[in-house]
Design a protein around this ligand. Structure first.
Ligand code: S3P
Length: 162
């Protein structure tokens, strides 16, 4: 069974994923990283050159692709699991974990949001955060307080789902 890590930008999906991969021996897959590799440009450039909808379609294709893999940890982009089509693709073979981190802590972690096109404006980011929170909770098999250290969060997930 695969593990999907979801949650808002800056909630710690990548760092938790790295620890989790070490503990469980599963391979860590990062959907954004794979999209950047395939396209040969950064997520930020994809947004500015081609727009969000173009990115969302790439993201959907990537979710379908990684859902066919086995025994992996999938770190998703912050928006991925807010789209039904991605959830449907990934849910088949995955336990979904929501890393729930308060917005003020996320802000501290992200700083000015240079590399994150949807975090350039803090007010808009807060709106997005409020809109998405319920969605993440709804699709998750398990929600946990991602405000703990990423090592601790990874340990809790591994104990429950490995
Ligand atoms: C997005 C989050 C980003 C990236 C893209 C869109 C979002 O990933 O997929 O900029 O919609 O929240 P991170 O959550 O890794 O920052």
């Amino acid at each position: 069974m695969n593990i999907v890590l979801c949650g808002f930008m800056g909630c710690g999906k990548t760092s938790v994923g790295k620890h989790l991969a070490k503990i469980t021996g599963k391979t860590l897959i990062d959907t954004d990283e794979l999209i950047e590799k395939e396209q040969g440009i950064s997520i930020s450039e994809i947004f500015s050159k081609y727009g969000e909808e173009f990115f969302r379609n790439l993201e959907f294709e990537m979710c379908k692709k990684v859902s066919k893999m086995d025994n992996v940890i999938i770190s998703t982009g912050g928006g991925a699991m807010t789209f039904d089509r991605n959830v449907q693709a990934l849910k088949e073979n995955c336990n979904v974990i929501f890393l729930d981190v308060p917005f003020d802590i996320i802000c501290k972690r992200i700083g000015n949001g240079d590399t994150r096109p949807l975090f350039k404006n803090k007010e808009n980011a807060k709106k997005l955060y409020d809109e998405r929170k319920n969605k993440y909770e709804k699709v998750a098999d398990f929600t946990l307080n991602g405000d703990l250290s990423s090592k601790k969060v990874a340990k809790i997930i591994a104990e429950k789902f490995n």
